[in-house]
Design a protein around this ligand. Structure first.
Ligand code: TRP
Length: 336
């Protein structure tokens, strides 16, 4: 059962553990939008994965809607891609079971993300937490995707996905490709936090993270609070990390000429960080405000949101059904 068009298949997911920020935009979303014409894309919000940490489900629901609306606001076109929620595609759970029979306790216990979670939530080490990478493999292989645009932190999960695919094919016959991380042939942009340490994050470091839903006042406040110092005293002084981070943010969103001006000011030791931050805040507002406003408008149209999610679930379901037919036939689970 071949797909009708010959585009290569791309699949990625995001955990709705928080709301999207500037790092999600430059690290993922911007690239998703670029891929939507050239690939058959499945972009999914992983609400089932989020249940492994027992979140407040009302908050989870609101995060799912936020993420979907922000994907749309950034330019993902629901007519081009399948944009859907994991729990709407039931086949995922079935494939997850089959892969569970091919996943070993030892390898699951060795997974870095599992070990991190054990440390973070020792009171809730449930079985679904252990098999988190198995569910992720099901997400990806459900569409027989070849490319998975994700960051470095997901490499181990992808390697496990390839292992499950190979084991399945070996045991039952060739059904699955071996998916690889997709990077865009250029260095993946890291978006630094505003406090000089680490990157922007969905769930931690909220004051150092600029969310796509932050209002203008909050954007200004966070940027004005960013760490600086008295400035260089002698030409040629290297830029400390926390200053370098501000330059990096200017590079991503600054108006033309702003980067050059402040680089020159730094080099001749006349830089005024207060002015730099004011300028950065205004440029950032120019960047974030239209996305925020668009996402809010989209979210407030409940019928449109439902329509998009239904359409996404149907597209993903269609692809899933084709794969599951092959899977059941390969295993021999077909009695009539
Ligand atoms: N584990 C991924 C993360 O934490 C989210 C995810 C779930 C995912 N299913 C996926 C990513 C499938 C890529 C493909 O970011």
């Amino acid at each position: 059962m071949e797909k009708t068009d010959k585009k290569e298949i791309v699949m990625s997911g995001i955990r709705p553990t928080g709301i999207l920020h500037l790092g999600s935009y430059f690290g993922a979303l911007k690239n998703y939008v670029r891929m939507q014409d050239d690939y058959e894309c499945y972009f999914m919000v992983a609400d089932l994965h989020s249940l492994t940490t027992h979140p407040d489900t009302q908050l989870l629901r609101s995060n799912v809607l936020h993420v979907i609306s922000e994907y749309l606001a950034c330019g993902l076109d629901p007519d081009k891609v399948a944009l859907y929620c994991q729990s709407d595609v039931f086949e995922t759970s079935e494939l997850y079971f089959y892969f569970n029979t091919l996943a070993y306790k030892g390898e699951l216990e060795k997974t870095t993300t599992f070990k991190d979670k054990v440390r973070l939530q020792p009171q809730n080490i449930n079985a679904a937490l252990l098999t988190y990478p198995v569910l992720q493999a099901a997400d990806i292989l459900l569409h027989r995707a070849l490319y998975v645009p994700v960051g470095k932190d997901q490499e181990q999960h992808l390697e496990m996905t390839r292992n499950f695919a190979v084991r399945f094919n070996h045991r039952y016959g060739q059904v699955f490709p071996e998916p690889v991380a997709f990077n865009f042939g250029e260095e993946l942009v890291k978006v630094p936090g505003l406090d000089g340490t680490g990157k922007m994050s969905k769930s931690e470091n909220q004051n150092a993270t600029l969310y796509l839903s932050d209002d203008d006042g909050l954007i200004r406040k966070k940027i004005m609070k960013a760490k600086t110092d008295e400035g260089p005293k002698v030409p040629g002084t290297p830029r400390p990390d926390y200053i370098e981070n501000l330059f990096q943010l200017i590079k991503l969103t600054g108006s033309p000429g702003v980067l050059e001006k402040y680089e020159a000011d730094y080099n001749n030791c006349t830089i005024r960080y207060g002015d730099l931050k004011k300028q950065l805040a205004e440029d950032m507002i120019r960047f974030i405000a239209p996305i925020r406003e668009k996402a809010t408008a989209i979210r407030s149209d409940e019928n449109y949101m439902k329509e998009v999610m239904k359409k996404g679930a149907e597209k993903a379901g269609e692809s899933a059904k084709k794969t599951m037919k092959l899977v059941r036939e390969a295993i021999g689970l077909k009695y009539f």
